[in-house]
Design a protein around this ligand. Structure first.
Ligand code: FEO
Length: 169
């Protein structure tokens, strides 16, 4: 049975994952509004990733005898100055998520909650990938700068991203 402290922290993180999805939904809408449909697709898939993360926490809470609770989700920004600014924001956001996951992990260790620690390991690894994915796009954006041709090629590339739910635990 999960204890109240860890249940509360995982619940807060589940809601934060949904907030992440909401931010990426808004970033996708911004990209669509400037006809960068490939970038918009990348964010759309990122929304699926975040909702997968939230569902994973939802399932874990129930498995451990806790329960998921939903809270109000703050409105995301509407616009960014450029697609690069959106990805800078995304990287900052993923770093916040990593910090939050680390804090829950520290609490689980402090509570001798080995099941939560094992569960959270998946998220620790996932955050390495989450940050690296955004950082890689950001580096390419820095490389192409404002070049229309470079952005066009990147947009074509990002249109191919698909969502595959991870099977490995
Ligand atoms: Fe669920 Fe992008 O962290």
């Amino acid at each position: 049975m999960i204890n109240d402290k860890i249940e509360k922290m995982i619940n807060e993180q589940m809601n934060f994952e949904i907030y992440s999805a909401y931010i990426y939904k808004a970033m996708g809408a911004y990209c669509d509004s400037i006809d960068l449909t490939g970038f918009a697709n990348w964010f759309k898939i990122q929304v699926d990733e975040e909702m997968f993360h939230a569902q994973k926490m939802y399932d874990f809470l129930l498995e451990r005898g806790g329960r998921p609770f939903f809270t109000q989700i703050a409105a995301p920004p509407k616009d960014w100055d450029s697609v690069k600014a959106a990805f800078e924001h995304a990287l900052d956001h993923e770093r916040i998520v990593t910090d939050r996951i680390n804090k829950i992990m520290t609490a689980a260790i402090g509570e001798n909650d080995h099941a939560s620690r094992s569960f959270l390991n998946w998220f620790v690894d996932e955050q390495v990938e989450e940050e690296a994915n955004v950082d890689s796009i950001l580096k390419k954006l820095e490389l192409v700068k404002e070049s229309g041709h470079g952005i066009f090629l990147m947009d074509k590339d990002l249109a191919a991203r698909t969502f595959t739910p991870p099977t490995a635990e």
